[in-house]
Design a protein around this ligand. Sequence first.
Ligand SMILES: O=c1nc2n(C[C@H](O)[C@H](O)[C@H](O)CO)c3cc(O)ccc3cc-2c(=O)[nH]1
Ligand SMILES: C[C@H]1O[C@@H](n2cnc3c(N)ncnc32)[C@H](O)[C@@H]1O
Ligand code: MET
Ligand code: SF4
Length: 390
Amino acid sequence: MLSKLVLNSESLNNVLDNKEISRHSILEIYHNAIKNPNELFSTAQVLRKKHKGNSVTFSKKAFFNIVNLCKDSCSYCTYKAEPGEEKLSLMSKQQITELLDLAKKYRCVEALFVTGEQPEQRYQEAKDWLKENGFTSTSEYLIHASEIALEKGLFPHTNAGNLNFEEMKELKKTNVSMGLMLENISERLTEKGMPHYLAASKRPKARLEILENSGKLQIPMTTGILVGIGETIEEIIDSLLTIKELHQKYGNIQEVILQNFQPKQDTRMKDEPSADEKYFKTIVALSRIIMPEMNIQIPPNLSPKSYQSFLSVGINDWGGISPLTPDFVNPEFSWPEINKVDENSKSAGFDLKCRFPIYPEFFSFISKELQEKMKEIQNEEGLVKEEYWR
Ligand SMILES: O=c1nc2n(C[C@H](O)[C@H](O)[C@H](O)CO)c3cc(O)ccc3cc-2c(=O)[nH]1
Ligand SMILES: C[C@H]1O[C@@H](n2cnc3c(N)ncnc32)[C@H](O)[C@@H]1O
Ligand code: MET
Ligand code: SF4
């Protein structure tokens, strides 16, 4: 397969020969791809086949919108609620338990716990809610929720923004993996008028520190970038190189999500265009050549008409797909039916597989107890797909 690909680009030939690629070459590849993307796309495809074969994975999940009060304000976000708003979510222990039971009935394997950024630091409502449930911090509550999830046979994956070292250390006991989007490594995007101006937790230094901590703790980590928020291509490439360096240093990045920005009413970015599909695809392919062995994910609901075409530019994962809860971050984009994703993956030439919220390559990072619990519901080949996508 490799020898069949005849490329004009010396840089892409180097990539196929497993040579390290410089920032300068990546930029050059990008600019050539803007004129004609074929060589970049076929290189990404070859690497994808080489490292991931013909399979594409997903995790069957339920999305727990634990608390959406948030001390930050990103200009693109409608997840965040203010006290009194209709969309405000403050899940009680009982609501969490009920949703876990329902998720189990639907045969979900993942409980995705999402929160705003340290809500109790800014809102009395959050403090009261924690107190009513018997806790003093959001992370304490998440630790408790994760324990119940495990008891019920679901595997927790928490993305609660910037948690500190001790909080992550505690959550590692029950979470098979955790998530934190880098978003972007650019300081410029935190300046006045930019999307992260009012979000201290999105300062690159702050996010990096958390990701570094996840490395020191050897937590299988999901991270990624948000594409289309006014960044330059240099800033995208620097963000991808940052993730690559983190992984070279600690070995714990299990997947990279490439999330395409979608504008929303009632946000400061409502009049900005959504991420351009050609631009987005080029970035997907660049990610594959920068990190040939990485698990690379795009959410299918954010490209409803064309998600399957991303299989031929380098992705190998669809992320969490929920049969019962909305995507509370992008509620206007419902998740496709798993059957449909199967069909579409198949007609593009790929084999859909169900995975846990931790990829098999990382099983050794987590406790024996957690590994045993996962083994209870799978056979030698992993999760039996037919059982998990109805
Ligand atoms: O695998 C993950 N996917 C995460 N995703 C991806 C999510 O499952 C969906 O695929 C996308 O939101 C699609 O809109 C998030 C999406 C959000 O919009 C907000 C938060 C997250 C957090 C995670 C996460 O921690 N891990
Ligand atoms: C949880 C993740 O959801 C993503 N996120 C937040 N708002 C949007 C939006 N408008 N469009 C796409 N993704 C978004 C961010 O990347 C955040 O980290
Ligand atoms: C909708 S964002 C949810 C997770 C966290 N608040 C973050 O931005 O990273
Ligand atoms: S994206 Fe996360 S940190 Fe930013 S406002 Fe929304 S909930 Fe808060």
